[in-house]
Ligand binder design. Structure first.
Ligand code: ATP
Length: 295
């Protein structure tokens, strides 16, 4: 059998997320801090004959492998870009919760672009890959960088920032899938917000630090009102005494930030509430940036 290539892409949480306003094009203007965390999806690929595309997903049936799958959409976007259809057999190992606000589908799309660019020896300019990424989804470009990034626009304009000092994260994944579109449609917005600089003041320094008292997620209230299980999980995390806690993206995952992995592990033991709980660390850019390697 031909040798395979493999890429591992870590999930993200949003340490801060402001909805600045609604744009004339209908999208919401965001300002967010993306942060990679230690929970990975793995995509493995083998070359196949022209025009052939197979995608196997583990666990089987967790998400469909049809035309809506972001890996399949990434393949088709590359085919259109290069004007031919090299084949691929792909196996996606999903570990990032689905519909959890941790960017699982977007991570997979970025992974597919990176893996296939190498497997098919395309060597596309990174600006072309980033354009395809932004077309596939607002969160996809972040996954090319990983680490801590400021996201603006729909979230697709990404500015990489220096790594934060290590932090431990308690993640709670309630057993409910929250639709991002539904959350945004329930959001009531006033006039465009002015930028609250306090949360960003530290992140542009050489040793970035977040002002946790100023961090927030503007989607939290809508998600907690609409999906009571998320509200319950968030209350459970708050009782653990984190530096900061909120929902990730549009939920359903909630998280608490602790000063170390040890502190997060101690807190995990006394969590009472719904959902699956995990303790992960934040990842600096060197560990988070996805790379296609033989394996
Ligand atoms: P978003 O904020 O974009 O909704 P999310 O992080 O909340 O993302 P995802 O796990 O990316 O959640 O799943 C969102 C939707 O995307 C799901 O309904 C799922 O069916 C669809 N989807 C398409 N491809 C994938 C994929 N490869 N992995 C996970 N979900 C996928």
């Amino acid at each position: 059998m031909t040798d395979s290539l493999v890429v591992r892409v870590p999930a993200k949480i949003n340490l801060h997320l402001e909805v600045v306003g609604r744009r004339p094009d209908g999208f919401h203007e965001l300002r967010t801090l993306f942060q990679s965390v230690g929970l990975w999806d793995t995509l493995r690929g083998w070359p196949a004959e022209e025009g052939r595309l197979e995608l196997e997903i583990e666990p089987h049936g967790l998400v469909g492998n049809g035309p809506d799958n972001l890996v399949v959409r990434a393949v088709r976007a590359l085919w259109r870009e290069i004007g031919r259809r090299p084949g691929a057999r792909l196996r996606l190992g999903k570990n990032i919760p689905v519909g959890g606000g941790m960017g699982g589908g977007s991570a997979d799309a970025a992974g597919a672009l990176i893996l296939l660019d190498r497997m098919w020896a395309l060597d596309l300019p990174s600006s072309n890959l980033r354009r395809l990424a932004a077309e596939l989804g607002s969160d996809v470009p972040f996954f090319f960088h990983g680490g801590l990034c400021l996201g603006v626009g729909r979230g697709e304009e990404v500015l990489p920032l220096d790594d934060l000092p290590s932090l431990g994260i308690v993640l709670v994944v309630p057993h409910v899938e929250v639709s991002t579109a539904e959350v945004f449609s329930r959001l009531r917005l006033g006039p465009w917000k002015r930028m609250d600089d306090r949360v960003y003041a530290g992140v542009v320094d050489s040793t970035p630090e977040i002002e946790w008292s100023a961090a927030c997620n503007d989607l939290e209230r809508v998600v907690c009102e609409g999906w009571p299980l998320v509200a319950e999980a968030l209350e459970g995390v708050r009782r653990l005494g984190p530096l900061f806690s909120t929902v990730s993206g549009s939920g359903a995952t909630v998280f608490g930030v602790f000063e170390s992995l040890d502190a997060a592990s101690r807190a995990e033991c006394v969590y009472e509430g719904p959902g699956r709980i995990e303790v992960v660390e934040i990842l600096g850019r060197t560990r988070a940036r996805p790379e296609a390697v033989a394996g």
